[in-house]
Each structure stands twice: as structure tokens, then as C-alpha cells.
Design a protein around this ligand. Sequence first.
Ligand SMILES: Cc1ncc(C[n+]2csc(CCO)c2C)c(N)n1
Length: 220
Amino acid sequence: MTEQFTETLKQASEPTWTKAVEHRFVSELYTGTIPDKVMAFYLVQDHRFLDSFLSLLGAAMASADTLDARLRFGRFAGTVSGEENTYFLRAFESLGVTPEDRAATPDAEPTIGFQSIMREAAETRSYAAVLSVLNVAEGLYYDWASRAPKPLPKNFVHAEWITLHDNLEFLQFVAFLRDELDRVGPAVPEISRDFFLRAVSLELDFFNAVYEEGNAPDRP
Ligand SMILES: Cc1ncc(C[n+]2csc(CCO)c2C)c(N)n1
């Protein structure tokens, strides 16, 4: 059954997928208790992720095999370029992160890893490879965001990072990505699996990096 293809990939990525979705960063985000220093580090790194992510979306638009898919990627690229970038800038301001601070912060290892896997997927010109990375980057974020308990934290820096990944438009986009990979992935299972599994590992590494020495205080 072709519609189980993404489910098979997700199962194959366990236990890493669940470790990422249930990460300490996620549980502290739910309760609004991530220290500012940790959140600032995460968002500075993630803002860089966004840059390569937009070029991956461009590759999706170029490699898609239908007009409908191209239109959806185009609309989504518009949302990401507008609202999401605004969130980052407001969050940096609220956390006291200046443009100079950002410029002085080097890319963390998982940031470099993500930039290269996104570039690599784009360069394959394979729609399935691009979709595999997108399914992880979007599906894994929807998975944890949609499980957030209510009420959301008061601080918008935390609350909006949840609602950006748990809203109707995002849910529909995640469902679209899944349907697309279920449709085109089974013809190229090895490349799909390779990109999917590597992307899940990078997601976990990305969360782990924010708690590594130098970035975060120890647990109280
Ligand atoms: C490491 C990392 N992985 C996935 C996402 C999720 N994500 C990246 S771009 C984008 C599109 C618009 O929200 C989404 C959902 C992230 N932010 N950071």
C-alpha cells in the first residue's frame, strides 16, 4: 500500500524520531521554562536553518511533477518568508539578541549538517529526496507542536514557536507532503530512506546541541 510509505520510514527512524519529539527542549518549551540563553542560541541557529530551507522549497518547486504541487510550494514559501521571519526578528529583540551577537555566533555542527543535507537533496534534482527532507523537517515539528498541552506559555517567544507549527495551514501542508512522498517515494525507496533517516538524526542533534556545554546551564 503506497500510503504507508512515509509511515514505514517513520518507523525505521525510531527511536530517534521519538527522542526528538519528546526532547527536553520540547518539554521546556511547553512549560515556557527554556532559559533565555538557550532559546537565543536555538533561534540564532534555526534562523540560519531557515535560509537553506527556503532554497530547498525552491528545489521542491522546481522538481515537482504537477502544477498543483508547485502552487502549494509557492504559497508555503510566501508564508515562511513573511510571518516566520517576522517571528524571529521579534524574538531576537525580546531576548536582547543584537545583529552583532548573531553575526558573531558561528554555525553549530547540526546547523552545518542541515544546511548540507538540504543542499545535497536540492542538488539531486530528485523530488523524492527533497520531499524526504521536507517530511522530516515539517512532520517532526508538527508532531511535537500538536501535542503541546494547553494553556500555552505566556511568553510569545515560546507560545508562537508552538503555534507556528500547530495551525491548520501547517497541518494541511504536512498532510500534502506526506501524500506526495507516499505517491513518488516507493519508486525510489533507497534515496528516500537515506535522506529521511539522516534528517531525523539531524533533528535530534539540533535539539541536543542547545544543551551542550557552553550553551546552557545544567539542570537545576
Ligand atoms: C531544526 C529544525 N527543523 C525543523 C524545523 C521546522 N521548520 C523549518 S522551516 C519550517 C517552515 C515554516 O514553519 C519549519 C516548520 C525547524 N524550524 N528547525
